[in-house]
Each structure stands twice: as structure tokens, then as C-alpha cells.
Design a protein around this ligand. Structure first.
Ligand SMILES: [Zn+2]
Length: 356
């Protein structure tokens, strides 16, 4: 990271319609015509960028309000950079700054994003500090029933959750496996993908699973203004409701990226903030066996398990899923939706919990 970048840079902006791409050389001249890509065309966008990077090298620049492309781009071996808000002019209420501005920011030393570090490479400390500072507000919201991390520990149920979809390939595969075992799950979808792949959303709903809101573009929430955050929530709710006729009642913050300020905005908004207590770490692609071990090693009655079915190659998650479900069933843990898990009322204080 850092330093002036003299080569070719591709800026990728997101809008309500998909992605805009501008490719500029070090002198700010267009290398190819500006192009638009639907959110369902990432499988074409990636090889197109790879073609541009051959020979001359290419810096791909995203901003911190786009957490959907860094995975597929770094996995393809592209050099990905993140232009943080302090390098950019103010964003519009909805969407990132123009692609041309993102490409130009390659000259200002944006942060290099690695596959291991994910979208928040270099900002881990800031992230953890925000989560730490949020603990009191989060506890208050949990007590008020407005935040949910896990269900009762005396109930033999577990909620599997799949984030960042829908996906043109993996959503169907996950649904097929869930159906094979009669398992229900919750899908925290991003509006950007919901708008591009409504049929996949319909498929999820028709199979009896729960749909949750996971923002529109997978931003690092602390970088948004309250208005921008509300816009992300409302547009995604509308996009899901347009397809299924039902508005999601749960919101999962991307990365679990919370601050007291973010929680204050979420507290004023309808819906339950829904986190997790078991992280499969499937996004780091450690192999299907490892993903299954992580989940089965961490899961307890009442657990909410974080997995991903969109915004990258989730083949490992799909391959791990049968072992995960079989492992849960062997322990007598029933996979249900988060709504079903949360519907079991808390044991009244002072009354001993009956164990079966
Ligand atoms: Zn996510």
C-alpha cells in the first residue's frame, strides 16, 4: 500500500443497477470505454479485468462501501485496493463515488486488500475497537429483544445462516442440500444481488426458508452516514418484499461491523439485529473438512452459525454442508430458521430449566 501508482487502474463503482467500471492510465486517460455490469455478471467481469491486467498490470480500486467484489477479485489473483472515505469526496446517499474517481484514487495510495485480510485489510483494529465500544448498547438492545446472537442453550435447535447471496450458482446447491435433509435455514441477502437475481430469492422463500436483510452493497457500516445506512436497509427490504411479498424482519450487519453510532441508527429502525455465535470462517476457504470441523467444534444448542453462499466461490461451503447437517442431526440438533430459534421464549428468571 501507499506510494504513487503509475500503472493502469480500474475503478469499480456500485449503483442501484450494478457496477460501473472505468479504466484509466497513470495520466488519467481512458484505456477502454467505460462499462456497466449487472450484479449477476461478476463471473464475466472478473476474467475481463484479468485480461486487462495481463502484461501491463492493473490496480482494481473499490471503496469501503463495496464488500461484494474483493473476494472474487483477490481469488482470481487481481491486485485489489480499497479507497477509504478519507481519500474520497462525500458519497451520494445511495451508491459509491463515480468509478472514474475511484480509478484516480489509485494515485493517492489506497490500501491493498488481500484475500486473507478480506475487505477490511488494515482496518481490523478499528473494527474491533468499534465492536468493543458497542458492547453496552448491544447488551441493552439484546435485553430489549432488538438484538439476537444465539437462542436458548436448553433447546436442541441450531440456526444455519447463509450470507451475501443470492448467488447464480451456489444458492441452488445450498437449497438442494437443505431440502435433502429437510433442514430450514436463514439467508441474509444483499440488495445488490436480490435485484439482479430475483428468481433465486423466490426459490429460497418458496422452499420455506427465512430471508434476512444484509444491506445493499455490503459496506463497512461505520463509514456510512445515518442516512446512507437507512437507505441501504430500506432499499434491501423493498427489494426482498417486491419478490416475496414479505419484508425481512432481521438485519445482519456486514462483518458484524458495529459502533455505538451504527447501533443507535439500527435501534431506531424496525427489525432485529442478528449476529452469530459460531463463525465457520468459510470465506477464508480453508477446505470443506476444516469448515465442517469449525462449525461442529463450536456449535451448541441454540447456536447461530455464520456461513456464506454468495459474493465469491463458495464451493467449499457447499461441500462442507452435508457433513455439517449430518453432524448436527447426530447430536440431536435440529437446523431451523433464526426466527424459529428465537421464537422459543427465554426461561423465566429463577425458574430451573428442565433438561431432557
Ligand atoms: Zn456478509
Amino acid at each position: 500500500m501507499g506510494g504513487r501508482y503509475a500503472g493502469v487502474a480500474a475503478g469499480i463503482a456500485w449503483t442501484g443497477e450494478g457496477y460501473q467500471v472505468e479504466v484509466l492510465d497513470g495520466a488519467g486517460r481512458r484505456v477502454v470505454e467505460a462499462s456497466s455490469w449487472g450484479a449477476d455478471r461478476v463471473a464475466e467481469l472478473v476474467p475481463w479485468l484479468r485480461g486487462l491486467s495481463e502484461g501491463s498490470g492493473l490496480a482494481v480500486v473499490l471503496d469501503s462501501t463495496n464488500g461484494l467484489l474483493d473476494g472474487p477479485l483477490t481469488a482470481a489473483g487481481l491486485d485489489v485496493y480499497r479507497a477509504d472515505p478519507w481519500l474520497l469526496p462525500p458519497r451520494p446517499r445511495f451508491g459509491s463515488v463515480p468509478a472514474e474517481r475511484l480509478a484516480r484514487s489509485a494515485l493517492d495510495g489506497p490500501a491493498r486488500v488481500t484475500a486473507e485480510g478480506g475487505s477490511l485489510t488494515g482496518r481490523a483494529e478499528e473494527y474491533h475497537e468499534g465492536v468493543r465500544r458497542s458492547a453496552p448498547a448491544q447488551a441493552a438492545m439484546t435485553a430489549a429483544g432488538r438484538c439476537f446472537e444465539h437462542g436458548r442453550r436448553d433447546t436442541p435447535r441450531v440456526a444455519l445462516t447463509f450470507d451475501d447471496g443470492p448467488d447464480p450458482v451456489h444458492t441452488r446447491q445450498v437449497l438442494e442440500i437443505l431440502d435433502r435433509y429437510g433442514a430450514r435455514a436463514t439467508f441474509f441477502c444483499v440488495g445488490h444481488h436480490v435485484a439482479a437475481l430475483p428468481d433465486e430469492v423466490r426459490r429460497i422463500a418458496d422452499a420455506g426458508h427465512e430471508l434476512g436483510n444484509h444491506s445493499w452493497s455490503h459496506p463497512f457500516l461505520p463509514d456510512l452516514t445515518p442516512e446512507q445506512l437507512r437507505e441501504q436497509l430500506d432499499r434491501t427490504t423493498e427489494a426482498v418484499a417486491r419478490v416475496t411479498g414479505e419484508a425481512p424482519t432481521r438485519f445482519r450487519p456486514p462483518y458484524g461491523g458495529l459502533t455505538p453510532e451504527v447501533l443507535a441508527t439500527l435501534a431506531e429502525h424496525p427489525g432485529t439485529v442478528t449476529l452469530w455465535d459460531v463463525d465457520s470462517r468459510d470465506w477464508s476457504r480453508p477446505g470443506p473438512e476444516r469448515i465442517a470441523e469449525t462449525v461442529l467444534g463450536g456449535v451448541r444448542p441454540g447456536s447461530v452459525v455464520l456461513m456464506h453462499e454468495g459474493a465469491g466461490d463458495r464451493g467449499q461451503t457447499v461441500r462442507a454442508l452435508p457433513s455439517i447437517i449430518e453432524g448436527l442431526l447426530e447430536r440431536g440438533l435440529e437446523p431451523v430458521t433464526v426466527g424459529e430459534l428465537a421464537a422459543v421464549p427465554a426461561a423465566p428468571a429463577g425458574v430451573p430449566v428442565t433438561r431432557s
